[in-house]
Design a protein around this ligand. Structure first.
Ligand code: NAG
Ligand code: NAG
Ligand code: NAG
Length: 244
């Protein structure tokens, strides 16, 4: 271990050992016969805090969710950059079902997002649906009835005799039912071309959803995984999931 690593580990342990479980985190006993329901209740209890952000755990707000930049590229043929991104609705998820394997740290969840709205500044010069897409300006998109299936896996890590949960991966599959999208100022403000392309983007929903899905899944997984790890790294496994 380098000295930097040991400093990092000691800081980490210091934070963990000295943190008291705050009252917005509802603990679940490992022996609870319905631990999945208990965890569901905990997630409901922490939802408003996740929405507004939890500075003491270094968790930024998700309502709205701000991101400085997002780059979408596909094999050199397509490249788009979004900046100044704001997402509304991410905290309104509904967990339809949750299965947990506490000992092996596997959580499977079915999720529903009633409405997600996305605002950004786009910059694109590419081809999509066999038509040119070029411009720079505001973009707004609304997606309704998004179904998700998430599998999150982690492991227990022992540091100086203390056990923590670390989440390693979150696999997310999303299915979107419908959306509306609008790009302002396409083709340098050419009204006819801009309207035609916006109409085409809203008519070929299946193709565009298939195109966007992997990127949306990747982005949402990253946001969720980061937040889950920020919660668990602050508290010991036995504090979050006491044995009795
Ligand atoms: C970035 O977004 C914020 C909030 O949505 C807005 O107030 C600001 O003007 C935007 N900045 C640019 C450069 O568009
Ligand atoms: C979670 O889902 C995966 C695959 O979808 C399955 O193999 C696993 O048994 C599930 N685990 C739990 C705890 O439900
Ligand atoms: C998205 O929804 C908002 C609020 O209902 C609306 O103002 C906006 O025009 C919608 N965007 C599109 C692209 O339809």
């Amino acid at each position: 271990m380098t000295s930097w690593q040991s400093v990092a580990v000691s800081v980490f342990l210091y934070v963990a050992v000295n943190a008291k479980i705050p009252d917005y985190i509802k603990i679940c006993k490992r022996s609870d016969p319905d631990i999945s329901q208990c965890i569901l209740n905990s997630i409901e209890a922490i939802r408003p805090k996740l929405a507004e952000g939890i500075p003491e755990l270094d968790i930024p707000a998700i309502e709205p969710l701000h991101m400085p930049e997002m780059v979408i590229s596909r094999g050199g043929a397509f490249k788009a950059i979004g900046t100044n991104i704001t997402v509304h609705g991410a905290s309104n998820f509904i967990i339809k079902a949750l299965e947990t394997d506490i000992d092996n740290i596997v959580y499977n969840a079915s999720l529903h997002f009633p409405l997600i709205s996305f605002d950004a500044i786009y910059d694109v010069d590419a081809k999509i649906l066999a038509m040119p897409l070029k411009g720079k300006g505001p973009i707004n998109a609304n997606a309704s009835d998004i179904e998700g299936r998430a599998v999150i896996k982690g492991h227990k890590q022992v540091e100086d005799g203390k056990t923590f949960v670390m989440f390693d991966e979150l696999k997310l599959k999303l299915k979107m039912k419908n959306y509306q999208i609008r790009l302002e100022n396409l083709f340098n403000g050419d009204k006819n071309l801009g309207e035609a392309v916006n109409a085409a983007l809203n008519e070929n929903k299946k193709e565009l959803m298939n195109f966007m899905r992997p990127r949306a899944e990747e982005l949402a997984s990253k946001v969720l995984l980061e937040r889950a790890n920020k919660i668990t790294r602050h508290f010991e496994y036995d504090e979050l999931f006491p044995s009795d």
